[in-house]
Each structure stands twice: as structure tokens, then as C-alpha cells.
Design a protein around this ligand. Structure first.
Ligand code: NAI
Ligand SMILES: C[C@@H](CO)CCC[C@@H](C)[C@H]1CC[C@H]2[C@@H]3[C@H](O)CC4=CC(=O)CC[C@]4(C)[C@H]3CC[C@]12C
Length: 369
């Protein structure tokens, strides 16, 4: 891939390229990968902003397709040098069935691997998740852990189960011979909770705060730390990994890396207030306003309502037993593995990440500013 004849001729495929993270990966590749000649963006739904990318020097090819359809994936992968597989069904709210989550996240990933093998594509980067590790069903804290920290990764929820299975498939595929006889080189990136421009849940909290007269009510103790990472840095890490996989295949192949940056360790709600505060919202209560047992009860009630109403309508509030357990369990990472293995340093400082996210919230319609 690196010889001079091919220097400007790399074809990249980004699956899920129209999603929250995918869009940042796409834009980052166009800015930071000078050897790119074609960028294929594969997604179930194609967004209009793709059009504006088509006027630049890199050929941008938008492909509407479904990762669960092996033939569609094979056609998109054919001739690509690198695949960044970020497409996934991110559902912890019970919107999709467990079967659908499995099909998209696990079978979809298997289809991507087989397409790489059959077409001779050698480099595959998979967007995994912190959820592959935890928080686990026992609610045990993971406090500033790294990729080698012992932790019982036991899950029941379809989303973490599917991400864990898919990650295993990707790592086990490392070293498989692809068409032409060379080995496939794979690795997996595990972001913690991603934030930044385009983050739907941040949008939801902002609108909820506006509806409640500019207030949000603390539900989780401030002492529970939740790992967060800026979307631009996650995208940058994908670009770097994709670039370095060839040169450092022996070191990086089959490895997992947490995605990290200098975002502060805080509770989920306090962290959100770093952006929502400057946009006119305030978090009421130094301590949770409701006792935890009552939140557990409300979450269980939401789950029951979801089940009862399912034949009539989709009821999928933010609070359910799973999201409550995740939000209420400390999970933070502290690692330098990505720096040691492929020279990663965050591209965006915490101050810049914060400013960019605040500007994005302020630009939303109905800003409280
Ligand atoms: N949002 C977060 O905090 C985190 C996300 N992740 C992972 O990052 C990846 C991207 O997540 P987000 O950008 O947050 O989600 P997103 O929902 O914004 O993006 C996912 C994209 O995949 C596409 N997609 C879904 N099903 C598909 C299918 N069957 N075929 C083709 N495309 C399909 C969607 O249309 C969407 O554009 C996912 O794999 C997720 O598991 C990992 C850690 C944290
Ligand atoms: C109890 C509520 C009171 O305000 C707060 C509920 C917040 C939850 C909706 C979020 C808390 C933690 C989030 C998850 C976490 O960041 C890890 C994730 C990783 C992923 O790969 C996908 C998204 C998510 C599961 C993320 C989803 C939303 C939360 C559960």
C-alpha cells in the first residue's frame, strides 16, 4: 500500500459513514489522509451533506446499502484497500428487537470480514465500544482502567452482547488469508461515551431542559465517573489506526484500543453540563433529587410500559433499567496504549472539544441563549 506507485491511490470504505461518528470519520479522512483517491461511504440512509463533499479532489462515492446484505457489502468492499466499519445499531432504549441488533451488529460485521477476505482487502478497523467490557451486569466499577485491567465482562443486554461478539469476530479474523494470499490485519477501537457535534442524546437532554424551563434534575450522584471522549478525537484515532495498520501490522493486528483524550472525569450529568450550562441550562440539586430505589422503580415501570404499549406504539424513554445501571456505574479509562502503539495524541484539546460542542448546542434551533 505504501509504495510510491500507489502513494495517491488509496480507496477507503467507511460503513455507517452518515452516522454521528461516521460523518466525523469521513470528514477527518478527507482532511488528514493525503493518499486518499476514493472514499466510499456506505450507509442505510444517505444524507444530503454528502453532496458538498463531491466537489473536492477526492472521489467521494455514496453507496446506499445494508450491512446485513452480504452481496451489497461485497460490492462496496471490492477494490478497497482499507475498511473502517463503524455502521451499527446503537440501541439501548428498546427501539429495535434483540434479533435485529444481532443481525446488524454481528452478522453485518461477519459480512464485512468475508467481503474483505473475498476481495483481497487487507486492512479492517472496527468501531467497537467500551460496552464490550462494561459496566457489567453486576454493576462493578471500572475505575480508570486500561486494556489489560481484569474485569468480568458479563452482559445480558443485546447491544453490549452484540458488540462483544462482533469485536471477537474481527479480532479472530486477524491473520486470515485474503484473496491473493496476504494476511488480513484487523483491530478494534473501543470509544467510551462519545460527545460532540451531532450527538443525539445531548440534543435530547438540551430539548428536555428547555421544556423544563431551563432546568435538568440531578438523578445520578456526582461521584459516579463516566468516561467520555470527543468525537473528533475518536475520528482521528480511526484515521491514524487505518494509516498505521500496514506499517505496524505485527504490533497492532488483533489488538483493541480504548479511545481516550483529555476530557475530564465526571458524572454523566455533570459532564453534559459543561456544554448545556453555557447554553442556559442548569442542573438542579447537588445530590440526586430522587432516592435511587425510586429511580429503579421508574425505570422498571418504563420497561413495563414499553412492553405493554409495544402492539400500539413505540415507547422508548431515556430511562430504563439498563441505561440507569450504565449511568450509575463508574466506568472510566486511563491508558496510553494508542500512543505507544501508533503515536496517537488527541487532535483536539479539552478546551477546543468543549468550545466546538457548545457552539453546536448554541446553534440548535430554540437555543436558550
Ligand atoms: N455513540 C456512542 O457513544 C458510541 C458509539 N459506538 C459505536 O460507534 C459506531 C457509530 O455509532 P454512532 O455514530 O453513535 O451511531 P449512529 O446511529 O449515529 O451511526 C450508525 C450509522 O450506521 C448506519 N447503519 C445502521 N444500520 C445499518 C445497516 N444495517 N447497514 C448500513 N448502515 C447501517 C446508520 O444509518 C448510521 O448512519 C457504532 O458501531 C457504535 O456501536 C461506540 C462507543 C460509543
Ligand atoms: C438516568 C438518566 C438521568 O438523567 C440518565 C440516562 C443517561 C443514559 C441515556 C446514558 C448514560 C450512559 C450512556 C451510554 C454510555 O455512554 C456508553 C455507550 C456506549 C455505546 O457504545 C453506545 C451508547 C452508550 C450505551 C450510551 C447510551 C446512553 C447512556 C446509557
Amino acid at each position: 500500500m505504501a509504495d510510491s506507485a500507489q502513494a495517491q491511490k488509496l480507496v477507503y470504505l467507511v460503513t455507517g459513514g452518515c452516522g454521528f461518528l461516521g460523518e466525523h470519520v469521513v470528514r477527518m479522512l478527507l482532511q488528514q489522509e493525503p493518499r486518499l483517491c476514493e472514499l466510499r461511504i456506505f450507509d442505510l440512509h444517505l444524507d444530503p451533506w454528502l453532496e458538498e463533499l463531491k466537489t473536492g479532489p477526492v472521489q467521494v462515492t455514496a453507496i446506499q446499502g445494508d450491512v446485513t446484505q452480504a452481496h451489497e457489502v461485497a460490492a462496496a468492499v471490492a477494490g478497497a484497500h482499507v475498511v473502517i466499519h463503524t455502521a451499527g445499531l446503537v440501541d439501548v432504549f428498546g427501539r429495535a428487537s434483540p434479533e435485529t441488533i444481532h443481525e446488524v451488529n454481528v452478522q453485518g460485521t461477519q459480512n464485512v470480514i468475508e467481503a474483505c477476505v473475498q476481495s483481497g482487502t487487507r486492512f479492517l478497523v472496527y468501531t467497537s465500544s467500551m460496552e464490550v467490557v462494561g459496566p457489567n451486569v453486576k454493576g462493578q466499577p471500572f475505575y480508570r482502567g486500561n486494556e489489560n485491567t481484569p474485569y468480568e465482562a458479563a452482559h445480558r443486554h443485546p447491544y453490549p452482547c452484540s458488540k462483544a461478539l462482533a469485536e471477537r469476530l474481527v479480532l479472530e479474523a486477524n491473520g486470515r488469508k485474503v484473496r491473493g494470499g496476504l494476511p488480513l490485519v484487523t483491530c478494534a477501537l473501543r470509544p467510551t461515551g462519545i460527545y460532540g457535534e451531532g450527538h443525539q442524546i445531548m440534543r435530547d437532554f438540551y430539548h428536555q431542559g428547555l421544556r423544563l424551563g431551563g432546568r435538568l434534575f440531578r438523578a445520578i450522584p456526582a461521584s459516579v465517573e463516566h468516561g467520555r471522549v470527543y468525537v473528533g478525537n475518536v475520528a482521528w484515532m480511526h484515521v491514524l489506526v487505518a494509516r498505521e495498520l500496514e506499517h505496524r501490522a505485527a504490533l497492532m493486528g488483533g489488538q483493541v484500543y480504548f479511545c481516550y483524550d483529555n476530557s475530564p472525569y465526571k458524572s454523566y450529568e455533570d459532564f453534559n453540563m459543561e456544554f448545556l450550562g453555557p447554553c442556559g441550562l442548569r442542573l438542579v440539586g447537588a445530590r440526586p433529587l430522587l432516592p435511587y430505589w425510586l429511580l429503579v422503580l421508574l425505570a422498571a415501570l418504563n420497561a413495563l410500559l414499553q412492553w405493554l404499549l409495544r402492539p400500539l406504539l413505540l415507547y422508548a424513554p431515556l430511562l430504563n433499567p439498563y441505561t440507569l445501571a450504565v449511568a450509575n456505574t463508574t466506568f472510566t479509562v486511563s491508558t496510553d496504549k494508542a500512543q505507544r502503539h501508533f503515536g496517537y495524541e488527541p487532535l483536539f484539546s479539552w478546551e477546543e472539544s468543549r468550545t466546538r460542542t457548545i457552539r453546536w448546542v448554541q446553534a440548535m434551533e430554540g437555543s436558550a441563549q
